[in-house]
Design a protein around this ligand. Structure first.
Ligand code: 8YV
Length: 313
């Protein structure tokens, strides 16, 4: 397999890089200064692309790689891959489901606690030596708050399970009602937001779910409502989110993702009811290793003509 060209779209895991280097002919795309020249020179040897949540395989890249057979993504989200183009051209696609579910769900709960209990602000308070001048102000309880989840897939369900353990009533929105759950279903995101105190975005990013949290949804969530986003930045209309938070029309937000990562609206930096994370949902040693092993396993299976481990297309 050493002669098979694998194009890695951007840096994502040094372990994965190392292992790909051992097994294949690895090209690090981010190190290439003249991308077009490089592609015309190496297109005939590149049979796989490894992408992630930040860079994948769009139509332009796919079209420039006539020998491309598989796109193996170091992510569960597939929004950076042109799936239709892949289907059309018979290119296989794999992702990394399941192995990251627990970490992302854990982080969603962490964000709920951090926003409501002002954990980050408390920490800053202590570090600044302000404790000596008085107790920290009272915050808001998490246990028992109603949690509404947009998207009840693997991650949405794992968040629901965890929140249930905190005594939180769970409701959800998906395109159609799920048959095997007792959680309360709302057929619209606005209805869901009107009936919960914490709204969590946990669905896939598609053209239909872009800006699924818009001004109307934020108004419905209200000035005491908390928005948690562990999905993708473009799920939320970020301009509207910033003004809702600045004007006090929304109670707070815990955000692991942003519309133009790694750009984060600076107007949010001064707000203590907001917790900002640098897209670290799956970012533990254990999970990133498991994700890398899945990427490797899928590539090896493909080139050995075995069934893919986690096929999407
Ligand atoms: C990663 C992700 O942050 O799985 C996803 O969809 O967003 C993440 O797990 C990313 O792909 C890491 O490079």
């Amino acid at each position: 397999m050493e002669s098979i060209g694998v194009l890695m779209a951007c840096p994502m895991s040094s372990y994965l890089e190392q292992e790909l280097d051992k097994r294949f002919k690895l090209f690090r795309f981010w190190n290439v200064p003249q991308k077009n020249e490089f592609l015309s020179q190496h297109a005939d040897s590149i049979r796989a692309v490894v992408g992630n949540a930040f860079a994948g395989a769009d139509a332009e890249l796919i079209n420039s790689l006539p020998k491309l057979e598989i796109v193996s993504s170091f992510s569960v989200g597939l929004d950076k891959i042109d799936l239709n183009k892949c289907k059309e051209k018979g290119i296989r696609v794999t992702n990394t489901p399941d192995v990251l579910t627990e970490d992302v769900a854990d982080l969603a709960i962490g964000l709920m606690l951090a926003v409501l209990r002002r954990i980050c602000e408390c920490d800053r308070h202590v570090r600044k030596g302000l404790w000596k001048s008085g107790d920290f102000k009272l915050t808001s309880k998490f246990s028992g708050k109603s949690v509404g989840i947009i998207g009840l897939g693997r991650i949405g369900l794992a968040i629901a399970k965890r929140a249930e353990a905190f005594g939180c009533p769970i409701s959800y929105y998906t395109r159609s009602e799920k048959p095997n759950t007792n959680y309360k279903y709302y057929p619209s995101v606005v209805e869901l937001a009107s009936n919960c105190q914490i709204l969590v975005v946990a669905c896939a990013l598609t053209p239909e779910t872009r800006h699924i949290v818009n001004r109307e949804v934020m108004e419905a969530l209200g000035s005491k409502g908390i928005l948690i986003n562990i999905g993708r930045g473009p799920h939320v209309d970020e301009k509207e989110l910033v003004s809702a938070l600045l004007e006090g029309r929304l109670g707070g937000a815990g955000l692991d993702v942003f519309e133009n990562e790694p750009e984060v609206p600076e107007q949010l930096f001064g707000l203590e009811n907001v917790v900002l994370l640098p897209h670290v949902g799956s970012g533990t040693e254990e999970t990133r290793k498991a994700m890398a092993d899945l990427v490797l396993g899928n590539l090896e299976a493909h080139f050995l003509n075995k069934p893919l481990l986690t096929p999407v297309v």
